[in-house]
Design a binder for this molecule. Structure first.
Ligand code: PMP
Length: 390
C-alpha cells in the first residue's frame, strides 16, 4: 500500500496551486528582460505589471506602492535598513519598537541593530501571544520612528492587534511595518484597514513559488534603494525581473483574493476538529494560542504535550507520513525551546513539548481523522519511555 502523506506544515511552506504551476509553465519561455524595449521585453513587462496589479488588489494598495523582492526575509531586512539610514542621518527620532514574537527575519535584524548601538526595544505579549497594548502604549513616545508588528504569528497562529498598534503609533508620529507573511491567504489583509506604512509577504506561504515576494511601501513613507544597480522597481530594488516567479506570485495573489474568506472558514473547521479530537483522546495537553476565530489564524494549532518532547513526536509522526513542525521551520534545527512560546509565558518544558500543526488548502477531514488515529498512541509511547527514564 502506498504510504499516506499528510502534510500539516503549511506555515513552513505550501505546495504550489495547480493554477499557479500552470501559468508558470505557460510562461516558461517568456525569457525577455522586462526592461528591454523590444516585444519580448514588453511582454515580460506586461506580465510583471499584471502581477503587480494582483498583489496591489489583494492588499488594497496602489500599484506603485508594490515592490517585488525575494520574499519576506528580504522585505523585513529592508524595512530595518531604511530606518537605520534615517537614524544615521540624525534627528530626534531614534527608537524602534518591535514585538517580542516577531519572525527571526525581524528579530535578528533588530538584534543586529542593537549590536551596532541602535535603540531597539521588544514589546511584551500576553499569555496567548498577543501584544500587550497597555505596555506598548507605555513604551512609545515621540522619539520612536518605527514600530514593527506581525499580522499573524507563524508558530502560535495568534493574530496581532496591528490596527490598534497603528492607531497608537500614529498618535506619536511613528511609522508602522506589518509582517503579513503568515496572514496573506488566511485572513483578509488590507493596508488601509490596518493603517500600516510597510507590509511584507512571501508567495510560497500562499500556494505561490518560493524565493519571490513583495513589499508594500505607502506613498510618502520613507524609502531608499534596497539593492543598488539598475532602474528596476523605481530604482529602489535593482536586478533583472524574475518573470516566472513574479507571474506565479500574481496568480497566487489573485486566487487568495477570491478564496480567502471561504478557506478561512474551512481551515477553522478542520482546526477545531483536530483540536477537539486531541482534547478528547489525549490526557494532559496544553493548547497554545487561542480559540477565538478573530484572533487566531485559521489553520494553525500549536499544542504542548507535557512529558513528551516535540522532536520525538515529530519523528514518530513522520514515520506515519504526518509532517508537522516543532516551533517554526526557521527556528528548528536548533533544539532551543521556542522563544515565541516562552515570550507568552509558557514554561520551558511545555515549550519543548510543543508541536505546530498548520493546515492548508489541500488538507481534508480524512487527514485530520488520520492524525487523530496515529497521534494518541505515539504520545502514550513517548510518555511511557520518558517515565521509565526517571
Ligand atoms: N515572516 C514570517 C511571519 C514568516 O513566517 C516567514 C517564513 N517562515 C518569514 C517572515 C520569512 O519568509 P521567507 O523565508 O519566505 O523569506
Amino acid at each position: 500500500m502506498e504510504h499516506k502523506i499528510v502534510y500539516m506544515d503549511n506555515n513552513a511552506t505550501t505546495a504550489m496551486d495547480s493554477e499557479v504551476k500552470a501559468i508558470m509553465e505557460e510562461n516558461a519561455d517568456l525569457y525577455g528582460n522586462a526592461s528591454s524595449l523590444h516585444s519580448l521585453g514588453r511582454s515580460a513587462a506586461e506580465a510583471v505589471s499584471w502581477a503587480r496589479k494582483e498583489v496591489a488588489l489583494l492588499i488594497g494598495a496602489k500599484e506603485d506602492e508594490i515592490f517585488f523582492n525575494s520574499g519576506a526575509t528580504e522585505g523585513n531586512n529592508t524595512v530595518f535598513n531604511i530606518f537605520r539610514d534615517i537614524i544615521d542621518d540624525g534627528g530626534k527620532r531614534n527608537r524602534i519598537i518591535i514585538s517580542s514574537v516577531e519572525h527571526p527575519a525581524s528579530i535578528e535584524s533588530a538584534k543586529y541593530l542593537i549590536r551596532k548601538g541602535y535603540k531597539v526595544e521588544f514589546a511584551k505579549v500576553d499569555r496567548t501571544g498577543r501584544l500587550d497594548l497597555d505596555e506598548f502604549e507605555k513604551m512609545i513616545s515621540d522619539d520612536v520612528i518605527l514600530v514593527s508588528v506581525m499580522v499573524g504569528n507563524n508558530e502560535s497562529g495568534v493574530i496581532e492587534p496591528v490596527k490598534e498598534v497603528s492607531r497608537i503609533a500614529r498618535k506619536y508620529g511613528a511609522y508602522i511595518h506589518a509582517d503579513a507573511t503568515q496572514a496573506i491567504g488566511k485572513i483578509p489583509v488590507d493596508v488601509n484597514d490596518l493603517g500600516v506604512d510597510y507590509l511584507t509577504l512571501s508567495a510560497h506561504k500562499f500556494y505561490g513559488p518560493k524565493g519571490v515576494g513583495a513589499m508594500y511601501i505607502r506613498k510618502g513613507a520613507p524609502r531608499s534603494p534596497f539593492l543598488h544597480g539598475g532602474h528596476q522597481e523605481g530604482g529602489l530594488r535593482a536586478g533583472t525581473y524574475n518573470n516566472q516567479g513574479i507571474i506565479g506570485l500574481g496568480k497566487a495573489a489573485e486566487l487568495a483574493r477570491v478564496r480567502t474568506e471561504e478557506e478561512r472558514k474551512y481551515l477553522w473547521t478542520l482546526r477545531m476538529m483536530l483540536k477537539n479530537g486531541i482534547a478528547e483522546r489525549i490526557p494532559d495537553v496544553v493548547f497554545n494560542g487561542t480559540d477565538d476565530f478573530d484572533r487566531e489564524l485559521p489553520g494553525t494549532l500549536n499544542v504542548s504535550f507535557p512529558r513528551a518532547e516535540g522532536e520525538s513526536i515529530l519523528l514518530y509522526l513522520d514515520l506515519e507520513g504526518i509532517e508537522v513542525s516543532t516551533g517554526s521551520a526557521c527556528a528548528s534545527g536548533s533544539l532551543e525551546p521556542s522563544y515565541v512560546l516562552l515570550a507568552s509565558g509558557l514554561d520551558v518544558e511545555l515549550a519543548h513539548g510543543s508541536i505546530r500543526f498548520s493546515l492548508g488548502r489541500y488538507n481534508t477531514r480524512e487527514d485530520v481523522e488520520y492524525v487523530l488515529e496515529k497521534l494518541p498512541p505515539i504520545i502514550e509511547k513517548i510518555r511511557k519511555m520518558s517515565t521509565r527514564k526517571e
